[in-house]
Design a protein around this ligand. Structure first.
Ligand code: 0RA
Length: 692
């Protein structure tokens, strides 16, 4: 692969204009052709992660990443995405436009090569930043391969060029269709429904992504218009002059700000050639909200940039506090934990060759990112503290408070420890433990309520399944602190049962169960308790989530009975399918689906009271039992539907799930009343019996 090597002088200056000069010397010759698109259609998952909704949206991110690359290199500051009827999407940028000149060796337009060959692109290796890490950066040709139709329109040198494709194959040669003002590329495509589980784009998913990308690329305007319903377009535009500082303000909106000025730095670290952009503000919250990005890709597991940030933050706050005589005693220090409470921060780096690690490729591995962040942030944060003494004192005051609370928590924990409660010596009385002592084979079901707990205890396989019934709403973790939590009996039972201890004493090697399964009712209370538990794990046992130990049981919602035959259904869609299938099995009418839907809509209103629903379709009696709580199932049913490893379906909790629960939790429980009301109002239809 030919590298366009920059001289070290240009790199040192970090001058975009210089970079651009280098990139402008691009021509078709620099494109390296690797292979055609067959492999992409054969194994799409390899290129876009999955063929589910995530993979589908990945097509959009992929095209946009290319537009971003252009914008970040200084070409064009506006990107427009249009959702069109029939699952079409059009993305327009004002970059240089994909080159159209003939490749001397292949005798075809560079545009055709870029769109029809894997990894054909002069943009690889050296020169400018590219958004290529993880699954991003696979190239627009992958999008082309997975689209039944794609059109590329290029404005370059005053002319407009077009080529159209079907499943990655050109319909004709690149055509010159007229003159054009300015430069840029528009890619319009329609995903192939024979490849994807669904080809319907989700407006909210795209909107959220664009908002985040807009924060991360300041000065670039992102426009999204939903034109799927003709004549009723809705248009959204994102443009954040403040970059990640705007992001921090957005996250902290509605929270108590500890200081007025958001810390902000955007600087190229010359020694490492890593671009660093960071914003920081403390709030009155107890937990931290720190988000890391490398080349605009989120790194939920952090990495080198995060560790550089953490060490500089702790160091600078300690130095300041000591210099100003706020920390008086010699051995008194603010620890890493003390400076985390209430911290909101965005850490974004741009790096030439990002290396991603970790289970989900979600962690940045480049050591130079640590040096860069530590230097740039350390130097500028020190100046910020000096120049904003009021802010500095507010921050340090908050940290000292946290330190105090931690000392109290440690004292409280030590007391409990002395009593031996956490030593695993006295397992909680209500825990029905399993007989196996091998954690790798053992599971614990956290069950809501005593009656469901009873069913689960009788239905389980006691060899390797333990049951811990939890009573009531556990505790408001948001406002509670570790010391208070430890005093809560439900939390205590849970921590002791898990065996890992909590807080500083946490040790995953003592985990007593490989699978921790949350099993709650399919109603509002159940959802609430699940949210509480997920928040608890997210805040205090994140490792259990990262290592894939937390699951959510999926009990059925319905049991459909026809004659002696019955089948369980786990959601409404499945209920329809089950009814249909059972009726067919009964050898009677076929086209019954529509009728049932009708009937259902009529009974919908009284659904709250009726636990079972009777209907007759084409002379067949159908009885549908709706399970509102786990307690309604007898032990045998609970086992076969939800607990039996041979037949059950469980949802593995990801850090994103937990993060979402955490957000919902904030809204439901947090100190701020306004957003809480808003949530309840906008969800009033789905949230019944919410006790506020
Ligand atoms: C190959 C080379 C160059 C730019 C692009 C591709 C490019 C691709 C896309 C996809 C959507 N928008 C895009 N904009 C540009 C470099 C161009 C040059 O040096 O002139």
């Amino acid at each position: 692969m030919p590298k366009k090597k920059e001289t070290s002088k240009e790199t040192e200056k970090g001058n975009n204009a210089k970079r651009n000069t280098v990139k402008n010397s691009y021509n078709a010759q620099q494109i390296t052709v690797l292979e055609g698109l067959d492999p992409v259609r054969k194994r799409p998952g390899m290129y876009i992660g999955s063929t589910g909704p995530q993979g589908l949206h990945h097509l959009i991110w992929e095209v946009m990443d290319n537009s971003f690359d252009e914008a970040m290199a200084g070409y064009g500051n506006e990107i427009t995405l249009r959702l069109l009827p029939d699952n079409m999407v059009a993305i327009e940028d004002h970059g240089r436009g994909i080159p159209v000149d003939l490749h001397p060796q292949y005798k075809v337009s560079a545009l055709e090569l870029v769109l029809t060959k894997l990894h054909a692109g002069g943009k690889f290796g050296g020169g400018g930043y590219k958004v290529s890490g993880g699954l991003h950066g696979v190239g627009v040709s992958v999008v082309n391969a997975l689209s039944i139709y794609l059109k590329a329109e290029v404005k370059r040198d005053g002319q407009l060029w077009v080529q159209e494709y079907e499943r990655g194959i050109p319909k004709a040669k690149v055509k010159l269709v007229g003159s054009a003002k300015g430069t840029g590329t528009t890619i319009t495509f329609c995903p192939d429904e024979t490849i994807f589980e669904t080809t319907e784009f989700n407006f909210q998913t795209i909107l959220d992504h664009l908002r985040q990308q807009a924060y991360l690329t300041k000065g670039i305007k992102l426009i999204m218009s939903d034109e799927r319903i003709v004549n009723q377009p809705s248009v959204y535009a994102f443009y954040f002059e403040g970059g990640v500082a705007s992001y921090v303000r957005h996250i902290n909106h509605g929270k108590e700000e500890k200081h007025k000025n958001v810390f902000y730095v955007h600087k190229l670290d010359e020694a490492t050639d890593v671009e660093v952009e960071i914003a920081v503000q403390y709030t009155g919250e107890y937990h931290e909200s720190v988000h890391c990005f490398a080349n605009n890709i989120t790194n939920p597991e952090g990495g080198m940039h995060l560790s550089g940030f953490r060490s500089a933050l702790t160091r600078e706050l300690n130095n300041y506090a000591r210099a100003k005589n706020i920390l008086k005693e010699k051995d008194q220090n603010l620890s890493g934990d003390d400076v985390h409470e209430g911290l909101t921060a965005i850490i974004s780096v741009k790096i030439k060759e990002p290396q991603f690690e970790g289970q989900t490729k979600a962690k940045l591995g480049n050591p130079e990112a640590r040096t860069a962040v530590e230097t740039v942030f350390g130097e500028t944060f020190r100046i910020y503290l000096e120049e904003h003494p009021q802010d500095a004192e507010a921050i340090i005051g908050k940290c000292l408070l946290a330190a105090e609370a931690r000392r109290a928590a440690r004292a409280a924990r030590d007391t409990v420890l002395r009593k031996g409660a956490f030593e695993g010596l006295t397992l909680p009385g209500k825990l029905a433990d399993c007989s196996s002592k091998d954690p790798s084979l053992s599971e614990i079901f956290i069950v809501e309520g005593d009656s469901a707990g009873g069913s689960a205890k009788q239905g389980r396989n006691r060899e390797y399944q333990a049951i811990l019934p939890l009573r009531g709403k556990i505790l408001n973790v948001e406002r509670a602190r570790l010391d208070k939590m430890l005093a809560n009996n439900e939390i205590k039972s849970l921590v002791i049962a898990l065996g890992t201890n909590i807080g500083e004493g946490f040790d995953i090697s003592n985990l007593r169960y490989d699978k921790i399964v949350i099993m709650t009712d399919a109603d509002v209370d159940g959802a609430h308790i699940r949210t509480l538990l997920l928040t608890l794990f997210y805040r205090y046992f994140p490792d259990l989530i990262h290592k894939g130990h937390i699951y959510i049981a999926q009990p059925p919602l319905y049991r459909v009975n026809i004659g002696k035959a019955f089948q369980y259904a786990y959601n409404d869609e499945e209920k329809q399918q089950v009814i249909d299938k059972l009726i067919q099995d009964a050898g009677k009418g076929k086209k019954v689906l529509a009728k049932i839907v009708e009937k259902e809509e009529q009974t919908d209103v009284s659904e709250e009271e009726s636990e079972t629903e009777e209907m007759e379709v084409s002379g067949v009696k159908v009885n549908i039992q709706r399970y509102k709580g786990l307690g309604e199932m007898n032990p045998g049913q609970l086992w076969e539907t939800t607990m039996d490893p041979e037949t059950r379906v469980m949802k593995l909790v990801t850090i994103e799930d937990a993060e979402r629960a955490d957000e919902v939790f904030d809204v439901l429980m947090g100190a701020d009343v306004a957003p809480r009301k808003r949530f309840i109002q906008t969800h009033a239809k789905t949230v019944k019996n919410l006790d506020v």
